[in-house]
Design a binder for this molecule. Sequence first.
Ligand code: CU
Length: 332
Amino acid sequence: MRFTHMQPRDWLSVVMPLIAVLVFGDMTLAVQPASSKTHEVEMTAVESDVVIDGGGERYKAWTFNGQFPGPVVRVTEGDTVNFTLHNPKTNIFPHAMDFHAAEIDFLKNYRAINAGETISYTFVAKKPGVFFYHCGAPPMIQHVARGMIGAILVDPKNPKDWPKADREYVLVQSELFKNPDDVQAMFDRKFDHIVFNGGIFKYHPFVTGGKALEAKPGERVRIYFVNAGPNEFSSFHPIGEIWDAVYESGNPANKHVGVQTYVVGPGSAATFDVVVESAGAYPLVTHSLTGALRGSIAVLVASPDAKPAPLMPHTPWKPEVPLTEITPPAAP
Ligand SMILES: [Cu+2]
């Protein structure tokens, strides 16, 4: 190449990239994702009553932060979580916290602490997904059944790993035992209800105090689904629709498409995408019908008027519908 014969514009095309590399180094650095964050997450074990149906029935629950399920924790893949659990002096029982999103020593970190004690530990959320968290104090079956359960979302570091959702909800399924002290009934699987987010038909608009989940036609609705158990499997199905995608454990790498029903075992979770094609009602159920008909029907109503909603609507549940509007569900 003879530079003397080049026009000024040609010179620029040769020289500018060289200058850029000298000045800025490797240009790919400019498109690296934002660095990971550190989150301070504190929860308090609260032994208190919660409302479990639209008539205002109360239940002697054990909770994180006074709500059943506990608050949704949301971080991004690679983030650090500094977690602290308080068990106040006013409590009676030992409690603990087990995050399925963590990969750390169980004996040291997930041990139960007595009333009046505090425990802290740190973990890095290395894998994206939706994960269960729960109290692991013995008997764990009772601490889970009484409400010490919740969900942690670990969003993928690269948001382009899956389609953008237009609307997101978190549903935590669990069994409800009317007598919270009857541990034998828990071992014998004698549950009275199966519920989503701690309420009997909480998202059923025809039941007293129930309110549907909302979406607009054509929206991609993403449901982060956790099955807390303690014992029953969930067979999660959208009546009138088909799951466009199911991501095992909520990891974008674990994608299934065109799924009618997907089994989520106790202690497991999955993320479900559905694009609601047209206006109407789409009940989301566990197709294990003894469960659906005893409390776990969440109706997704698609309408152009749908309003924005939080991840876990109506939690804690404070039903406002007057008792005169009672429409009891059909007996199972
Ligand atoms: Cu507990």
